[in-house]
Unconditional design. Structure first.
Length: 207
């Protein structure tokens, strides 16, 4: 459910079949396997720190010729591509906070002019609850990220937040957060909806 939620969010936010996409923390390629069939005319780079995970991802997804799989902790990541989308699916909480600026600076260097970054993380309150009540279920590094500090680090690296959603997947009131960031230099195009569209949505709002 979590992986499908990430993919559907990308669809709702306008991911294109021709986009160049960078996924950080791809693991064995679960999220990759959802995005790749939708992205046949683009380019997909999936990165993970684990050689074993990358080997499995390559094995399972070798039929997608527009995909490449790279072992990296992002400190040495280099690519000729400039990416339209960057996806971090439940990975930031496992990277020491002190290294976040390095990761985001690397992303900035590989961002296309209209790049957007989707960050999906466990809700900090949920992580804090797990540390108190089910610590054995957590990984070695499983941090309750400070959202304000995360936004500030992103801003210092040239990004601003354009989307935020906290939602309940398995636990109430919520257990995950999705955020999307864009380059601060991006000009946001505003287009008036059609008269019929606005009239239809106005009527729906009454119900």
């Amino acid at each position: 459910m979590r992986h499908r939620k990430i993919f559907k969010t990308l669809l709702n936010l306008g991911i294109q079949k021709t986009d160049a996409i960078l996924e950080i923390g791809c693991g064995i390629g679960t999220v990759s396997s959802l995005i790749l069939p939708y992205n046949p005319k683009g380019h997909y780079t999936a990165v993970d720190i684990s050689p074993d995970s990358i080997a499995l991802a390559k094995q399972h997804l070798s039929h997608f010729k527009h995909a490449s799989f790279v072992v990296s902790d992002m400190s040495d990541f280099k690519s000729e591509w400039r990416y339209n989308w960057m996806v971090l699916p439940d990975v930031l909480e496992h990277i020491p906070v002190s290294l976040h600026p390095m990761v985001f600076k690397t992303l900035q260097a590989h961002a296309a002019p209209h790049c957007r970054i989707l960050i999906h993380i466990p809700h900090p309150e949920r992580i804090r609850w797990l540390h108190q009540h089910q610590a054995q279920s957590l990984q070695i590094i499983d941090q309750d990220l400070n959202i304000v500090e995360l936004i500030q680090v992103m801003q210092s690296c040239g990004f601003e937040m354009s989307y935020f959603n906290e939602y309940a997947l398995h636990h109430k009131p919520y257990d995950y957060i999705t955020m999307v960031f864009r380059l601060q230099t991006q000009e946001v195009p505003f287009k008036l909806k059609s008269t019929w569209r606005r009239a239809w949505e106005n009527w729906l709002s009454k119900w």
